[in-house]
Design a protein around this ligand. Structure first.
Ligand SMILES: NC(=O)c1ccc[n+]([C@@H]2O[C@H](COP(=O)([O-])OP(=O)(O)OC[C@H]3O[C@@H](n4cnc5c(N)ncnc54)[C@H](OP(=O)(O)O)[C@@H]3O)[C@@H](O)[C@H]2O)c1
Length: 276
């Protein structure tokens, strides 16, 4: 059994690719890891892989389909009850859904926006009481270079008119960066919590898989950058946005405080609750 000081980390999209390797490295580093995936079978496989004899970390997986807000709320309630000391040290938003055609969720939202962004916003809101318990809490959002060509379609954020899957993906990744910035603004001077955005580069995993191997990182290499930002104390992390393991600026759009505030208000409306 781990001591109560063992840090607990939740990582979403932890069954494959970058998420699985991040979970593996976090567990190897001694963190208690709760991995989340969509499919019960991929969750079972990942849990068995990371819990093989000789690996001592506590690893547990939960299957949660983030396309429905109700699922996110129910999962958060279970997590809140089970977190040792009600404390969550790290929350890593890494889950991703891709779609080239418009798919509506049961809440009436666009799938990529719902899974890649809105579920992260809601999960953070639901787990905030646990995230503000440690002295150095952290939220990490895995974004993408696609955010650089993206904008938020304010008049049609679900992009029901003239749907373009790549644009919707870019928007969801831009939304994650705006979210980290607005979260930092809201928690500053109130809670010892910090949000960080990260752009892993092209990775030889499901999304980046069509790139030649010599032009892409391995999931394990991409995970190393994420793990560093999760493991280091906040005082040793000089920037709130990272690209390929180095401090970087997100796009000018992602740096717009007005856009971040507007998105936060829209997100509150979409989840039907205030957040901070
Ligand atoms: N790979 C790249 O080149 C690249 C480049 C830039 C940014 N990124 C970012 O890096 C992150 C990881 O990418 P990856 O390529 O490693 O992804 P991946 O291998 O496709 O993994 C996707 C993960 O998300 C989960 N997921 C999918 N739909 C879900 C849903 N509805 N509810 C809950 N979980 C769901 C999957 O669970 P199941 O397995 O159970 O379905 C899986 O664990 C993503 O945020 C991506 O945008 C990747």
């Amino acid at each position: 059994m781990k001591s109560p000081e063992t840090k607990t980390c939740i990582i979403t999209g932890a069954t494959t690719g970058i998420g699985l390797e991040t979970a593996r490295q976090l567990a190897a580093g001694g963190m208690r890891v709760i991995g989340i995936g969509r499919e019960p079978e991929t969750c079972r496989r990942a849990e068995a892989d990371l819990s093989r004899p000789g690996r001592h970390a506590e690893v547990r997986f939960m299957a949660v389909d983030f396309s429905a807000l109700g699922n996110v709320r129910r999962a958060a309630a279970v997590i809140r009850r089970e977190l040792p000391g009600g404390r969550l040290d790290r929350l890593i938003h890494n889950a991703v859904a891709l779609s080239s055609r418009y798919v509506g969720t049961e809440d009436g939202y666009e799938l990529q926006f719902a899974v890649n962004y809105l579920a992260a916003f809601l999960l953070t809101q639901e787990l905030l009481p646990c995230l503000v318990r440690p002295e150095d809490g952290r939220v990490i959002a895995v974004s993408s270079g696609s955010h650089r060509r993206a904008e938020i379609a304010w008049r049609d954020p679900m992009r029901r008119r003239r749907y373009n899957g790549l644009r919707a993906y870019g928007q969801s990744k831009l939304a994650l960066v705006l979210f980290t910035r607005e979260l930092n603004r809201r928690v500053a001077c109130r809670f010892p919590l910090r949000a960080i955005g990260i752009e892993p580069g092209f990775v030889d995993a499901a999304i980046g898989g069509s790139r030649p191997k010599d032009k892409s990182l391995s999931p394990a290499d991409a995970a190393t950058s994420i793990v560093r930002l999760a493991a280091e104390p906040s005082s040793s992390i000089p920037a709130d946005y990272w690209r390929l393991g180095r401090p970087a600026e997100p796009s000018p759009y992602a740096r717009s405080a007005a856009a971040a505030l507007r998105l936060w208000r829209l997100s509150e409306k979409l989840i039907g609750a205030d957040f901070l």
